[in-house]
Design a protein around this ligand. Structure first.
Ligand code: DX5
Ligand code: ZN
Length: 220
């Protein structure tokens, strides 16, 4: 199974985002955290900035919407050509309708679950998504500690996708380092977001280190 490394530009230099994207060009995609100061207590960037990132990025964009009312905004990110658009389960009553809209426009549709959100209720609709993001920290800030107690949720989703024979990717985001990535890979994650552990130091070297760590421990 292939495994993907997505650096989060939340830890990049926001005054030089084009250069920062060049520094992570060996990664599989760039993870872009959109925060609205309502769904999470932090504010980052929105559609106009993401559109420019899409124009200059050497790698695909993986948009993570930590916002209220994703129905209003998610389609715009798909229309600008984002590879993948993630919205939060806690922010919408109609996840299937929104996922279908994102897919119809042409992006991969992804559903994020905060650490306290159970996965059981989404198992019957797993086939509606291209990716499930299991948050491994409380969303809002980079540089937090990996929450190992989210691993049973990842195992549950991994078992379900195998049983149902669905090709849905399992992404983890928060506190991923060369030390924690192996636990996430062993629990079934195949797509790894890492912010501070990539941009703290030389990004290309850190991406290679993460790839090596995850390859050594294999996937499921
Ligand atoms: C947190 C964001 C993450 C963040 C991860 O709410 O969704 O993408 O950038 O940062 P690290 O890897 O430093 O935990
Ligand atoms: Zn994120």
């Amino acid at each position: 199974m292939s495994q993907r490394i997505y650096p989060s530009i939340l830890s990049a230099d926001f005054a030089n985002l084009e250069t920062e994207l060049q520094r992570i060009s060996t990664a599989d995609a760039a993870h872009v955290d959109v925060m609205d100061n309502h769904f999470v207590p932090n504010l980052t960037l929105g559609l106009p900035v993401a559109e420019r990132l899409q124009q200059v990025s050497p790698i695909p964009l993986d948009i993570h919407l930590m916002i209220e009312n994703p129905e209003r905004w998610a389609p715009g990110y798909a229309e600008m050509g984002a590879f993948s658009v993630t919205f939060h389960a806690e922010a919408t009553a109609e996840p299937v309708a929104l996922a279908r809209k994102i897919r119809q426009i042409g992006s991969r549709a992804s559903l994020a679950l905060k650490p306290g959100t159970r996965a059981e209720q989404y198992l019957d609709i797993l086939g509606e998504f291209d990716q499930i993001l299991v948050m491994t920290v409380e969303p809002g800030f980079g540089g937090q500690k990996f929450m190992a107690d989210t691993m049973p949720k990842l195992r549950l989703l991994n078992d379900a996708r195998k049983r149902l024979e669905i090709d849905v990717w399992l992404q983890v985001d928060g506190g991923i380092t060369a030390d924690t990535i192996t636990a996430a890979a062993e629990a079934g994650a195949d797509t790894f977001v890492a912010g501070s552990s990539v941009f703290g130091g030389v990004p290309a070297d850190n991406i290679a280190t993460l790839r090596e760590a995850v390859r050594a421990h294999g996937g499921h």
